[in-house]
Design a protein around this ligand. Sequence first.
Ligand SMILES: [Fe+2]
Length: 188
Amino acid sequence: MPPLPGASPSRQPVHSDADFAHPSHPFALVVNVPLVDMTPRNGSTEVWLGTHNHPDGLDAQEGAHGHRASGRIKADRLAEWEAAHGGLSQPTIKKGSVIIRDLRLWHAGMPNTSGGVRVMLAMIHFANWYRNPMRLELAEDVRPVLEGLDSRGELGLDVPVDWVPKEDVMKGYLNRAFGNAYDFGQAP
Ligand SMILES: [Fe+2]
């Protein structure tokens, strides 16, 4: 999404972030927390309410995962949905709110014409039965902390981690890929 003022004069194409073969029921939720008020003027995300249940799923999309602007919704499906349901919305949301949406929901990042930066935390949570292949990369000095919590039964999480030297983390942590650069598909 284009959060910086003037970064892009154009809107994103309407798309789904679930641009890979996926279940036809909920399996992942996106959680957003805006750190400033979000309005149509500073580019709050356009959402197409109800489209997470669109019967065509992946068939409604064009552009494969890994390609630029993947998961674009085909023009005929957009027109059909808008005629039948309307429901596209660009909401105003107070800072500190928690926004939860199904990963399959159609949406589009919008231009920021406000002159201020729009800051938003974005997290994706997958169901624990979903065999996500992604792993965390954490520094070795965190290892005793997690292992200590686990040994005392206080962790309560299955944490798939690749342990790397702290220097490597410090060199690369601001240079990570984001969004659809990761493979959200389910491991076989
Ligand atoms: Fe997206």
